[in-house]
Design a binder for this molecule. Structure first.
Ligand code: FPP
Length: 253
């Protein structure tokens, strides 16, 4: 199966000159919640909310690039989301391909690199192939890292890490005496990435829902009642500006 995406123009890093450039979070993670409620309020099927949410992803990728955020991790599908009705799951599994079909050229132009965290091999073939294509196409880009959490669950990630780490100790590739927090982090999907500085959740819910449990130990949290399809560049910037005012002490004084 091959993918035909429109011709890629030259890469460029977009900049926003009207945004204070100090203390920008390096890594922003977002729990994009509220698509279903957005659709229900309009008498539309839930998938209409997901479709609208997809377009907001593009706006926020652009905003994050402009504001000089380096990593944007988006919770697109959790290991628990398989429990949803089959038709909704099927739709959600088609979204990455649709998103990439429309927006991959713009991602290339804006020097965005696409990656994923989560159990990638367990995704349907068509989803995996489209996303893998985008990863391959964008791997040389060094602007924003757009990191989709796809079939991601933090407890699964931690259990997987524990098992791999124990296997490496068993085979003497690793010594128990040298294992510390940094070693453990290397066994997570987020290996090599800095922890999120700012975690945003939309739709008024204030919980983590099995997202990056290890990695958000010292992240700043920012919640909004706005439903994800109504989220905007302005609201994203408000979250960043709020973050810029915060004093992070990491347990010190
Ligand atoms: C949660 O809202 C949202 C999801 C489970 C899916 C998120 C997906 C998108 C925003 C689109 C993803 C786009 C790409 C490019 C992969 P909900 O359905 O739980 O909303 P509700 O709580 O109001 O029911």
């Amino acid at each position: 199966m091959s993918f035909k995406f429109p011709f890629f123009k030259n890469k460029q890093n977009i900049k926003d000159d009207h945004f204070a450039s100090d203390n920008i979070p390096n890594h922003v993670a977002i729990i994009m919640d509220g698509n279903g409620r957005w659709a229900k309020k309009r008498g539309l099927p839930r998938i209409a909310g997901h479709k609208e949410g997809m377009d907001v992803v593009k706006k926020i990728v652009r905003a994050a690039s402009k504001c000089n955020v380096k990593i944007l991790t988006l919770y697109a599908f959790s290991t628990e989301n398989w429990k949803r009705p089959k038709s909704e799951v099927e739709y959600l599994m088609k979204l990455p391909k649709e998103f990439l079909h429309i927006y991959l050229p713009e991602m290339m132009e804006n020097n965005v690199r696409i990656e994923t965290i989560g159990d990638f091999d367990a995704l349907p073939d068509h989803t995996r192939k489209a996303v893998q294509y985008a990863k391959d196409q964008t791997k040389g880009n060094d602007g924003l890292l757009l990191n989709f959490a796809l079939n991601y669950g933090s407890r699964f990630e931690i259990m997987r890490a524990v098992k791999q780490l124990m296997a490496d100790i068993d085979s003497s590739e690793l010594s128990m005496d040298t294992v510390d927090e940094n070693t453990f982090s290397e066994y997570l999907y987020t290996k090599g990435l800095s922890d999120p500085d700012l975690l945003i959740r939309t739709s008024g819910e204030q919980r983590l829902s099995n997202f990056l449990l290890w990695q958000v130990a010292y992240s700043e949290f920012w919640f909004t009642d706005v439903l994800w399809p109504d989220f905007s560049e302005e609201i994203f910037k408000t979250a960043l500006q709020d973050y810029q005012q915060r004093k992070r002490r990491y347990g010190g004084i």
